[in-house]
Design a binder for this molecule. Structure first.
Ligand SMILES: [Fe+2]
Ligand SMILES: [Fe+2]
Length: 401
């Protein structure tokens, strides 16, 4: 089988990328296309690239209905820089493609002019041939001349295919399309627009730019581990909590590093088997067994320490108290608790009031949030947890301070 391999940061995935995939399939030069979103880019500053799981699931959303095409997570599971040569080798080793498959590395004609400077171009071409897109408006003669040069230099054959559509650059989209304008951006597929909106990506304040380099590296590494350990929905939720908690930290004067880490890891134990969660929780709770709904909080605090190397007690506490709170919450506790309940993809209730209050008064937002939970429990004939009651009472008693 002839397989097109299409790698990229896809930050964001746009119609230019979509035309590459569809064009390659329509050209019949390949039988199917495997799209490989970059895990950790080697050439760009990691700060400038959106965290990998966001980009991976964005591409999945964009291509879910495109036939003969699949999105591959091979670069998402390794927490190290992704070189094309390694990815091609891994695709064979992990049997995502077979030894018999013929691989074609899909690229734009601009790549022909920089290909020689790539990492190990000769080895890349031992594993795959270049399949180069000719977009309307590109200088075909120049591209074919450069291809002839590469063919001679590396003893390979470069293939071409034609595609429709205009040149779009992700970097230009990121710099010109700030904030809410993403939902009107016509160079972005509808599914991607929806994805960007529901996860509040590419927002102007870019909270993660405010965390330290050391913490940013940890966020990257942890998101690779989380990718392997939890499903997409929960991972995206965790990343949303991470970003929102960081925004709140900046707004209310908490430590952005701590809030970012606690936010990302707050549900880290939630998809572990119940037995494992019980064993983890028992290390810090001896006098009772937590109910199923809140079990992942103590389990998560222990797991974050043992598995993710978190030593900071403030972070561990924010994870421990994120489901029910405690009488006297630290600012970090409050931020993570609230971010968990109102992160942008949450749509279970009308959260607008809580979100508005959280723009300037974290205590008022938390009171509103507790009251909403209390009412929803009451509708089901249930009561909120004793610790949540205490936390609410404490906040109400100290309201004006
Ligand atoms: Fe949770
Ligand atoms: Fe959560």
């Amino acid at each position: 089988m002839k397989i097109g391999i299409y790698g990229g940061a896809f930050d964001p995935f746009h119609n230019g990328h979509l035309s590459m995939v569809k064009g390659a399939i329509a050209s019949k030069k390949v039988d199917r296309v495997i799209v490989v979103p970059t895990g950790m880019p080697c050439f760009k500053s990691t700060r400038k690239v959106t965290l990998a799981p966001y980009r991976y699931y964005m591409v999945k959303a964009a291509l879910k209905d495109v036939p003969k095409c699949e999105v591959c997570d091979i670069e998402q599971v390794y927490g190290e820089p992704s070189y094309t040569v390694t990815t091609l080798r891994n695709l064979r080793e992990k049997k995502i493609v077979s030894e018999k498959d013929e691989l074609f590395l899909m690229c734009g004609s601009d790549i022909l002019f920089e290909f020689e400077s790539w990492y190990k171009p000769d080895e890349i071409l031992k594993q795959a041939r270049l399949l180069c897109a000719l977009r309307p408006g590109v200088d075909e003669g120049q591209a074919r001349n450069q291809a002839a040069h590469i063919e001679e230099m590396f003893d390979t054959k470069v293939k071409f295919f034609e595609i429709d559509g205009v040149e779009v650059a992700s970097s230009r989209l990121r710099s010109t399309t700030a904030g809410t304008k993403w939902c009107e951006e016509e160079n972005i597929p509808e599914e991607v627009r929806r994805f960007i909106k529901s996860h509040d990506l590419y927002c102007e304040d870019a909270p993660l730019m405010h965390v330290s380099d050391e913490t940013y590296q940890k966020l990257i590494q942890h998101s690779f581990t989380l990718f392997r350990e939890m499903g997409g929905k929960r991972l995206l939720h965790s990343m949303n909590v991470c970003v929102l908690a960081t925004r709140y930290a900046i707004r209310f004067g908490a430590d952005p590093d701590k809030c970012a880490l606690a936010g990302l890891l707050h549900d880290c134990a939630k998809e572990l088997p119940e037995k494992e969660q019980l064993a983890l929780a028992a290390k810090i709770i001896q006098d009772y067994v937590p109910s199923k709904q809140i079990l992942h909080s103590p389990a998560g605090a222990v797991y974050a320490r043992e598995h993710y190397g978190v030593e900071d007690q403030e972070i561990l506490d924010a994870i421990l108290y994120h489901t029910i709170g405690r009488e006297i919450m630290t600012l970090t506790d409050k931020i993570v608790y609230l971010a968990d309940k109102v992160e942008p993809s949450r749509d279970y209730d009308d959260l607008s009031m809580i979100r508005t209050l959280a723009e300037h008064d974290i205590n008022a937002a938390l009171i509103e949030c507790y009251c909403a939970i209390k009412e929803s429990f009451a509708r089901k004939g249930q009561q909120i947890h004793e610790d949540t009651k205490k936390s609410l009472a404490y906040l109400l008693a100290n309201r004006s301070q």
